[in-house]
Design a protein around this ligand. Structure first.
Ligand code: SDX
Length: 427
């Protein structure tokens, strides 16, 4: 990294700060020495803060670029399957044929969960939100895998990753089955990863479960399109939790909790709820006006992004997949008509253009998932299932880096000045 410098003038003193360059993207100003000049940086929401070095994912928000280990997302979504992408994110390179086969075999050996996990579900109400069940159950995995876990051992970290990638579909399907009062379905390892998940979701003991190949392909693409996304809120949550040396299964549960928010992974569920609330194309203008009204907290779910100030490249692939699935299933979903009309209006509206608000990954995923027959309250569960590989790959990368420190931001204190406490008479 060339020795570029940034010069700050602090209380009349000229301070030189190193400027670091990565292999792509913006340079960063290294402010680690700033403390000795009696100042902190201040950046709530981390709009302009790099929290780590990472080689996993690169995003160029201005040009709508998303690379995983250097490969463009649209190529991965069309030329690779989700488990190939999992291997790539975790190990850094695409697997050879033999590496891929060994990885799939390893995943297949971990798809089942301990019998005791079923009893965790018995404590949930039947109408519990599936994300609540997922968060609790994944956190509970730390009660099965903790005693002999050495997170400083790379091989054990990789085993955590494969266990989580393997078990998340099983647990996600269990959340759905429990919520509808049906028996849990065991994984069938002769099925592909995505078909296995759909089988655990939809098969019933009373009859054979037939799943359209187009639906399996769409499910696999949705998994890939949500696999990782740099230092988003939930990934940063996993990194911060993991920086204290916490159990990785508990760290992933923390990531699930963060993803649940409607501003983040909960947006696909919120987007579909919004489309249903709009109800018809002639009410779109009313909702676009609400979204533009500063005094109205309403936002168009599925639009806007902290990083993408251009089209989200995942939304482009998702849009094509949406039409493929609806055509393959012969579904004519009025919500898609509303979505397409809303997209057109928003992309031509000065407010959205000026604020660079484009459809994001969540805008179309909800329509595809609904077409597949997945209930709205399971959408973010599927996002969490997909993103688990991203979370655990960042956790693994962080612990692989020498000198990894516990994350501990500072603050701008705006509270009371020192004062003495006067006790009250409690007699
Ligand atoms: C994901 O980080 C990631 O990578 C996340 C993700 C991933 O893969 O991990 O990509 C997944 O979370 C996608 C985003 C899903 N969320 C939504 O679709 C919810 C709706 N969108 C927003 O709430 C919002 O756009 C965010 C949260 C996504 C981004 O918010 P920012 O970057 O903090 O921007 P902001 O809230 O400051 O908004 C900038 C301006 C504001 O207006 P002004 O204050 O400048 O006048 O744009 C407006 C906002 O009011 N705005 C919107 C809007 N999003 C932003 N106005 C109407 N509708 C919207 N959707």
């Amino acid at each position: 990294m060339a020795d570029k410098k940034a010069i700050l003038n602090i209380d009349g003193q000229e301070v030189e700060l190193p400027v670091l360059s990565g292999t792509m993207g913006q340079d960063v100003i290294d402010v680690r020495s700033l403390g000795k000049y009696g100042h902190f940086t201040f950046d709530p929401g981390f709009l302009a803060t790099g929290s780590c070095e990472s080689a996993i994912t690169f995003i160029d928000g201005a040009n709508g670029v998303l690379l995983h280990r250097g490969y463009p997302i649209d190529e991965l979504a069309t030329k690779a399957d989700y488990l190939e992408v999992c291997y790539l994110l975790l190990h850094g390179n695409a697997p050879s044929e033999s590496e891929y086969k060994e990885f799939v075999d390893t995943i297949n050996r971990h798809t089942m969960v301990h019998e005791g996990i079923e009893f965790f579900f018995r404590g949930f109400r039947r109408d519990a939100h599936p994300m609540a069940m997922l968060c609790g159950t994944v956190g509970a995995l730390s009660s099965f895998y903790h005693r002999d876990l050495d997170i400083t051992d790379p091989a054990q970290r990789v085993r955590c990753a494969t266990r989580l990638v393997a078990k998340l579909p099983t647990i996600a399907a269990m959340c759905y089955k429990y919520s509808i009062g049906q028996k849990f379905v065991c994984p069938q390892n002769h099925l592909s990863y995505s078909e296995n998940f759909l089988n655990m979701m939809f098969s019933v003991p009373a009859e054979e479960c037939k799943i359209e190949p187009a639906v399996v392909r769409a499910m696999d693409k949705i998994f890939t399109l949500h696999a990782d996304h740099e230092q988003n809120a939930s990934t940063s949550t996993v990194r911060l939790a993991g920086s204290s040396g916490a159990n990785p299964y508990a760290c992933i549960a923390a990531g699930i909790a963060s993803l649940w928010g409607p501003a983040h992974g909960g947006a696909n569920e919120a987007c579909l709820t919004m489309l249903e609330e709009i109800g018809s194309v002639d009410r779109i203008d009313e909702y676009v006006a609400k979204a533009k009204d500063k005094n109205d907290p309403f936002r168009l779910m599925g639009f806007g992004h902290r990083v993408y100030k251009n089209f989200d490249p995942r939304a482009k692939v998702m849009r094509e997949t949406c039409h493929e699935v609806l055509d393959a299933l012969g579904i004519n979903d009025p919500l898609l008509d509303i979505a397409m009309r809303l997209e057109k209006i928003a992309l031509e509206d000065e407010y959205f253009i000026s604020k660079k608000l484009y459809p994001n990954v969540d805008f179309y995923s909800g329509i595809i998932l609904k077409a597949i027959g997945i209930p709205t309250n399971m959408f973010t569960v599927i996002f969490a299932l997909s993103r688990t590989i991203g979370w655990i790959s960042h956790w693994h990368e962080m612990l692989s880096q020498p000198g990894a420190k516990i994350g501990r931001p500072r603050q701008l204190y705006t509270g009371e000045l020192p004062r003495s406490f006067t006790p009250i008479n409690k007699d």
